[in-house]
Design a protein around this ligand. Structure first.
Ligand code: ZN
Ligand code: CU1
Length: 225
């Protein structure tokens, strides 16, 4: 009789364990769907989803969004073009992975795909003299200290992803109102940026890079009128 009871209890335990295991495997199935796909490569000829410019021909941090439900991939010439797309009310409810270049790890003129990082945990400098695809740029970094170093040397301030809003976009747009005129001079622009980045960090008020940017803005202004 005792033996019979032992077997029954053991059988019940086995049943219980199998129920728990089934529940566990269901859980892992759910989380598998949410594993991020990770960033994709920028191909030659890819156009910015917002402004249509050829992304890989332009300097500065690029951005991309991978929308989960539709499997769509959106690529952007610049971090601010992704931000302006993201801030549209219909897009804020999307489930999307967002990536930007870590400018501390990859050349400004030709950022490399292996240095794309999660945009939501990145740090951004707004108001620096660094010129990107759309002129004045929202410069992205993986580390806050690296972002602060740019702000210290080339002006601007450091913001987290959650602090990026329409006011920031407006600030960039008004700083770059000459962009439309500068569009025709992309190559010249790129050279200016390459020289600027190659220069060692200086702390005097009259940075040659800043002079160049002002000069460029004045040129563009002239063309517009
Ligand atoms: Zn763009
Ligand atoms: Cu553009």
């Amino acid at each position: 009789m005792m033996k019979m009871q032992g077997i029954t209890i053991r059988w019940c335990l086995a049943l219980l364990v199998s129920v728990v295991l089934t529940a566990c495997s269901d859980d892992s199935k759910t989380s598998e769907v949410e594993v991020p796909r990770g960033p994709v490569a920028f191909e030659a000829g890819d156009e910015c989803h917002v402004c249509g410019m050829i992304i890989t021909e332009l300097p500065g941090a690029k951005a991309q969004a991978l929308e989960s439900r539709s499997d769509s991939v959106y690529k952007f010439c610049s971090t601010q073009d992704m931000l302006s797309w993201w801030l549209q009310p219909e897009n804020q409810h999307l489930q999307a992975e967002l990536y930007v270049h870590d400018v501390a790890k990859t050349p400004w003129e030709h950022p490399q795909d292996e240095h794309l990082i999660d945009a939501r945990s990145a740090w951004y400098v707004v108001g620096s003299s660094l010129q990107g695809a759309m002129g004045p740029s929202l410069v992205s970094y993986g580390e806050r200290a690296a972002a602060q170093a740019l702000a210290d040397s080339k002006g601007g301030r450091v913001l987290s992803w959650d602090q990026l809003d329409l006011a920031v976009l407006q600030e960039l747009a008004s700083a770059g109102h000459e962009h439309a005129a500068a569009h025709g001079e992309q190559l010249q622009h790129q050279h200016g940026v390459a020289e600027e980045v190659a220069e060692p960090v200086q702390h005097d008020e009259h940075l040659p890079a800043v002079d160049k940017a002002v000069e460029h803005a004045a040129d563009a202004e002239h063309q517009q009128h």
